[in-house]
Design a protein around this ligand. Structure first.
Ligand code: AVJ
Length: 303
């Protein structure tokens, strides 16, 4: 609740993207991943499919795979399926619900892999479990260009935590969306069917249902524009009129046309990302991209 009050009290109102993901929000996000305009998911998956053998040989046998976030995605499955004699799969998530669901599901499908869920906020270093087989190295996995949700400062902090968790001889396998034609990016966040608009507006339903807010969804509209100066998509909800919203015993005034920022999605050049990785103590070892250079999967070694 305090995060909501804080975000709505700012001069430029904003709320953290994690408030997208109630049950309906998670379903809408899955639908986004299937959209023809949303190139990210399918491109990342195809890059992984094309290069899985090389990924497997770089990681080597008996690694511990530490996913930041609880993965139930096809990409995670591909790794569990293919990596040699994994010592453990360690999903790290702040949501007990997500963590337990993903861990149970994967444990059932990959009985040979020890699943060790960790309930933690991965912005801070956390303790790793002790699997029954000693891992030869730790591989931090962060797919989906989720790194794009973080400001450069936060992303740096997060990469430093990953550096700690990767440990001696560890590595980072990360999906990073790339800078490209602005039209292609903006279409990915403004799909024909309006699924992204629904996903964005659903944050307000979530706040109504879970936190007793009184947003009227008809009085806000979806907006997603690329901010070239900051190399990021700014997704927001624009108030269609002057209005007062109540939540947590407080009132918040919206002017007509005022924006509530719901998400930033940063896009990187290969050079920018490699500079950021280096600052956090990683060296980019191998970069895989698709033929159009839309997206990248990067294997970074801990220095
Ligand atoms: C899950 C953060 C990678 O930024 O593209 C999709 C979320 N937002 N459509 C992204 C999202 C709108 C997505 N990430």
């Amino acid at each position: 609740m305090s995060e909501i009050i804080e975000g709505l009290s700012k001069q430029h109102k904003s709320l953290p993207p994690k408030f997208f993901y109630d049950e309906r929000g998670s379903r809408l996000f899955d639908a986004i991943c299937e959209l023809p305009e949303y190139y990210l998911t399918r491109t990342e998956l195809s890059i992984m499919q094309t290069h899985i053998d090389e990924i497997v040989s770089l990681v080597g046998p008996q690694a511990s795979l530490i996913e930041f976030g609880s993965g139930s995605s096809l990409k995670t499955r591909m790794l569990l399926q293919n990596l040699e004699r994994l010592a453990a799969y360690v999903p790290v998530d702040i949501s007990r619900e997500h963590l337990v669901a993903a861990a149970d599901w994967l444990a059932a499908d990959y009985p040979a892999v020890e699943v060790w869920p960790v309930l933690a906020d991965f912005m801070q270093p956390f303790e790793l479990p002790n699997p029954s087989v000693m891992p030869l190295r730790n591989i931090v996995y962060f797919p989906g260009s989720t790194i794009g949700n973080f400001s450069p400062d936060e992303a740096h902090k997060l990469l430093k935590v990953m550096h700690v968790e990767a440990g001696e001889d560890g590595a980072l396998l990360i999906g990073v969306d790339l800078q490209k034609d602005i039209g292609v990016i903006e279409r990915a966040y403004n799909d024909e069917d309006g699924v992204t608009a629904e996903f964005n507006l659903n944050m307000l339903s979530h706040l109504n249902n879970e936190f007793g807010a009184n947003f009227n969804l008809d009085l806000f509209r979806h907006s997603a524009v690329y901010d070239a100066e900051h190399c990021r998509v700014k997704m927001s909800l624009i108030s269609k009129c002057e209005q007062i919203i109540r939540v947590g015993g407080q009132s918040f005034h919206f002017a007509e046309g005022e924006a509530l920022i719901t998400e930033h999605s940063h896009k990187y050049t290969l050079e920018q990302f490699s500079g950021m990785a280096q600052k956090a103590g990683f060296v980019v070892d191998t970069v895989w991209t698709d033929p159009e250079q839309l997206f990248s999967v990067q294997y970074c070694l801990r220095m």
